[in-house]
Design a protein around this ligand. Structure first.
Ligand code: FAD
Length: 529
C-alpha cells in the first residue's frame, strides 16, 4: 500500500489519517414521505414567521437544491471510496499528482518527491517509545539539510546533542558564523552540489548568503580550478572572471597578490552562517512534523523489523530506517555496520578581532582562498569581517597545517574539541594573513578547534549501507557546509527510494570500504615534495 505519512497528523494507527467516509448511509426520505415533510415545514415556517406560504415554499425548494447537490457529492465520495485502504491509495496518488504538477510548474521535476512506499510495520518489541520512518543521527549541516528535505514526505526524528546558543564548547563543525559558498572548486561534482545547495539556501532565506564575492587565488600550474571554471562557464553560464594581480588590487585594495598567481573572481559567491542554516533547515523540518530529540546515539541496531538507536542516557528509539549524518564523529564509530573509508581530521582556525573602524574599512572585502607555499601551511582561506554572538567583529581564517592529525574515533574527536593541542600554528597563520592583507590592524587573536570528516574520493558519501535500513550522509571534506542543502536533497531522495537525479553522477557519492585505496586528503605533515 502506498502511504503518505506525516508525524503530528497521524491517527492512532501511527500513520496519516485517511479521509473517512463522510457519513454512514442514512435512510433517505422518498416519495410521499418527502412531500409530507416539505409541506409540513412550509406550513410551520409560514405560520411561525407570518410569511406568505407560497414565498416560503419557493425558498425551501431553492435551499433543497443546494442540499441535494451537497448530498449527491457526498454520495459520490462514498461510492468512490469503498474501503479505507483504497482511500489511502487514492489520496497518495492524488498527492503525488499534485506534487508532480507543482514540480513541473517550478521546473524542479528532477527534484520532486512523490508518495513514499512504506511498509508500515510497527515494531512490537518492548520499550517502544518512538516510531518514525527515519531517525537522523546528527543535527549538523548534513543532518538538518536531510531532515528539511525528508520531513514533507515521511515522519522524521533528528537526534543531536544539546549545544549552547553561542556554540561555545559544542561538538560540531557548524557552530560558527562564517562559511564560504561559491560555485568554484577543484572538482565539478562539488561545484554542482554547491550550485544546487545555493538555490536551496536562498529558498530558505533570500538573505542567508552575504554576496561579497570570492577570490580564488592559485598557482599557474594548478589546472583544477581553471578547468572547472571553464566547464561552469560553458554549462551554467557561471560568472567567473580571471583577474590580473593589478586588476584585483584595483578592485580590492586591501589585498596584495603576486603577478604570477592566477586569480579567479566570482562576484555572486559569498559567505553564510552555518549555524543559521541549521536553525532554518531544522525549523522547516519541524514545520513539516519532524521532531528533534536531544541526545547522542551510542549504538544503532538494524534488524528485519527496523532500526533501534540506543542513546547515551539509555533511551531506545525505533524507526524504519536510520540516516547517519554525524560528521567527524562517524569516523571509527560503531554506528556504521562495516568499516568505511572515513577519517576525522582536526582543524584549527584563527579569529582576528577588528575594531569597528577597521571592520568598516574592509566592508568591500571578498572571501578569499589562496594556494600558498609555506613550510607549515597550505590552502589559506579568509572570510570578510563578521560580527559574532559575543558582539565583536572578527576576520576568521585558517589553513591546512602541519599540526593537523587524524582522530581515530569519536572519543578522540571529543577530546580534540575539549582540550586538543594543535601545536598552535597561530604565528604561521598570522604571517600568511599579513602577506595577503598587510595593512589590516588586528586588535586581538585567538584560535579555535573544529573537526570534519574526510572521504576516500574527497566527495561526500551519500549512500545506502543496508537497503531499507541504513543510509549515510558523511564527509564534508573541509568544504561541506556550502553543499549541505544539496547533500540533504540527495540523501532524502535515496532514503525515499526515488531515482537519482540525472544531473548528478551516482557513483561520485558512493561510499568506499575501509580496505580500498585512499585517494582522499593527505595530511600536510605526510606530504612529500
Ligand atoms: C574551521 C572550519 C572551516 C570551514 N569552512 C568551510 C567553508 O568556508 N565552507 C564550507 O563549505 N565548509 C567549510 N567547512 C566544512 C563544513 O563546516 C563541514 O563540512 C560541515 O559542517 C559538515 O557537516 P556535517 O553535518 O557532516 O557535520 P557537522 O556539521 O559537524 O554536524 C554533525 C553533528 O552530529 C552530531 N553528532 C555527532 N555524533 C552524534 C551521535 N552519536 N548522536 C547524535 N548526534 C551526533 C554532532 O554533535 C554535530 O552536531 C569548514 C569546517 C571547519 C572545521
Amino acid at each position: 500500500m502506498v502511504r503518505v505519512c506525516r508525524i503530528g497528523r497521524d491517527t492512532g494507527a501511527g500513520c496519516c489519517s485517511v479521509p473517512s467516509r463522510l457519513h454512514q448511509a442514512a435512510d433517505r426520505p422518498q416519495g410521499v414521505g418527502s412531500f409530507a415533510l416539505f409541506a409540513g415545514a412550509a406550513l410551520w415556517l409560514a405560520a411561525r414567521y407570518h410569511r406568505d406560504l407560497v414565498a416560503v415554499a419557493v425558498g425551501i425548494l431553492g435551499s433543497l437544491n443546494a442540499v441535494y447537490l451537497a448530498w449527491a457529492a457526498v454520495q459520490g465520495v462514498e461510492d468512490a471510496a469503498p474501503d479505507l485502504g483504497k482511500s489511502a491509495d487514492d489520496l497518495a496518488v492524488a498527492v503525488g499528482r499534485q506534487w508532480e504538477a507543482e514540480a513541473t510548474a517550478q521546473d524542479y521535476r528532477d527534484w520532486m518527491a512523490v508518495a513514499i512506499p512504506v511498509s508500515w510495520l510497527r515494531y512490537p518489541g518492548p520499550g517502544n517509545d518512538a516510531f518514525v520512518d527515519f531517525l537522523i543521527v546528527g543535527d549538523g549541516m548534513f543532518g538538518a539539510a536531510t531532515a528539511r528535505h525528508l520531513a514533507p514526505h515521511a515522519t522524521v526524528m533528528v537526534i543531536g546533542p544539546k549545544a549552547p546558543a553561542d556554540g561555545s564548547g559544542a561538538y560540531g563543525a557548524h557552530h560558527d558564523e562564517g562559511r564560504i559558498t561559491g560555485d568554484l572548486s577543484r572538482d565539478i561534482a562539488w561545484s554542482e552540489l554547491n550550485q544546487r545547495a545555493r538555490d536551496g539556501m536562498i529558498e530558505l532565506d533570500p538573505a542567508l548568503i552575504t554576496s561579497r564575492g570570492a577570490l580564488t587565488i592559485t598557482t599557474r600550474d594548478a589546472p583544477g580550478y581553471l578547468e572547472v571554471a571553464k566547464q561552469l562557464r560553458q554549462h551554467s553560464g557561471a560568472d567567473i572572471r580571471t583577474l590580473t594581480a593589478d586588476a584585483a588590487r584595483a578592485r580590492f585594495p586591501m589585498v596584495r597578490l603576486d603577478p604570477d598567481e592566477t586569480i579567479l573572481h566570482q562576484p555572486a559567491a559569498g559567505y553564510f552562517s552555518p549555524r543559521r542554516y541549521v536553525t532554518l533547515a531544522t525549523r522547516s523540518a519541524q514545520g513539516n512534523g519532524a521532531t528533534i530529540t536531544l541526545g547522542t546515539v551510542r549504538a544503532l541496531h538494524t534488524s528485519a523489523t527496523g532500526v533501534e538507536a540506543e542513546l547515551g542516557d539509555g533511551r531506545r528509539l525505533r524507526a524504519e530506517a536510520a540516516i547517519v549524518a554525524s560528521g567527524a564523529f562517524a569516523a571509527g564509530s560503531d554506528l556504521l555496520p562495516g568499516p568505511v573509508a572515513l577519517r576525522a581530521k582536526s582543524e584549527i582556525y584563527a579569529m582576528a578581532e577588528l575594531d569597528d573602524q577597521q571592520a568598516a574599512e574592509l566592508s568591500a572585502m571578498p572571501c578569499i582562498t589562496r594556494t600558498i607555499s609555506h613550510p607549515q601551511l597550505a590552502d589559506l582561506y579568509v572570510l570578510p569581517p563578521i560580527r559574532y554572538p559575543d558582539g565583536r567583529t572578527y576576520l576568521k581564517f585558517g589553513a591546512n597545517t602541519t599540526a593537523d592529525c587524524w582522530l581515530p574515533d569519536p572519543a578522540a574527536v571529543r577530546a580534540w574539541y575539549d582540550h586538543g593541542d594543535g601545536g598552535d600554528p597561530l604565528a604561521a597563520l598570522r604571517d600568511a594573513l599579513a602577506a595577503l592583507l598587510p595593512d589590516v590592524r588586528i586588535r586581538s587573536w585567538h584560535t579555535r578547534r573544529c573537526a570534519d570528516a574526510y572521504t576516500a574520493h574527497r566527495r561526500p558519501y551519500i549512500d545506502i549501507l543496508e537497503p531499507g535500513r541504513l543510509v549515510i550522509a558523511l564527509g564534508g571534506n573541509g568544504r561541506g557546509a556550502q553543499a549541505a542543502d544539496a547533500v540533504g536533497q540527495l540523501t532524502a531522495r535515496l532514503a525515499l527510494g526515488k531515482p537519482w537525479p540525472s544531473g548528478f553522477s551516482r557513483d561520485a557519492f558512493r561510499h568506499v570500504p575501509a580496505d580500498a585505496l585512499w585517494h582522499g586528503m593527505t595530511l600536510l605533515r605526510d606530504q612529500t615534495g
